[in-house]
Design a protein around this ligand. Sequence first.
Ligand code: HPA
Length: 240
Amino acid sequence: MPTPHINAKPGDFAKVVLMPGDPMRAKWIIENFLHDAVLVTEVRGVFGYTGYTDNGKRISVMASGMGMPSIGIYSHELFEHYGVEAIIRIGTCGSYSKEAHVGSVILAQGACTDSNWAYQYNLQGGVYSAISDFGMLQTAYNAAKELKKNVVVGNVLSADVFYDTDPDYWKKWAKLGVVCVEMESYALFGNAAYMGKKALSIFTVSDSFVEEGILTPEQRQTGLKDMVLVALKTAEAYAD
Ligand code: HPA
């Protein structure tokens, strides 16, 4: 029963899926952190794999692409047609906070948005607050502590526009305590909530609006590795 965007067979996906934005990062995770992995889908070059952790837990990794329409499609099809119970987005973000430096890891407690994603819920002018699954957030926080990795926990912005025409746009969100910007979590959390599933987002800060500097290749590798280790430990708690 392939869906319009996934050509895997029933049962090919594990109960838990890690979702980086980039298909090449999905491949990197499979090659470096999981074993006995099989490629289960490759429509549009959006690779999905299922493999095993060192502790024998079955986990899938599939790219989401960029932006809410893209992660909205893939998460919907995974939740609705492939029996996936939990999705952990692992991506990069731009920091709005002096506490989250380039290379830091952030756990999303909730997601704000400037998109119209929640329009479909017909809330008659109401505003839907998208949040991560508390159990997963707690598990990830404890996993980070156990791994001795510092994490920042907070509200994030899922933006529709990367190259905004207003260079000060971000300051309004920062004033409200929003710690970083990315482009996917609101739709992922909304889908999970609507479909009775679970979701969490974990980020590595790739750029900052409040500090100079960009991620060096070493910081990028370390930050990404920390994020993946926290994500895998969290995923194991929800996997078979
Ligand atoms: N904006 C939006 N998404 C992002 C950014 C950013 O600055 N950095 C990484 N993902």
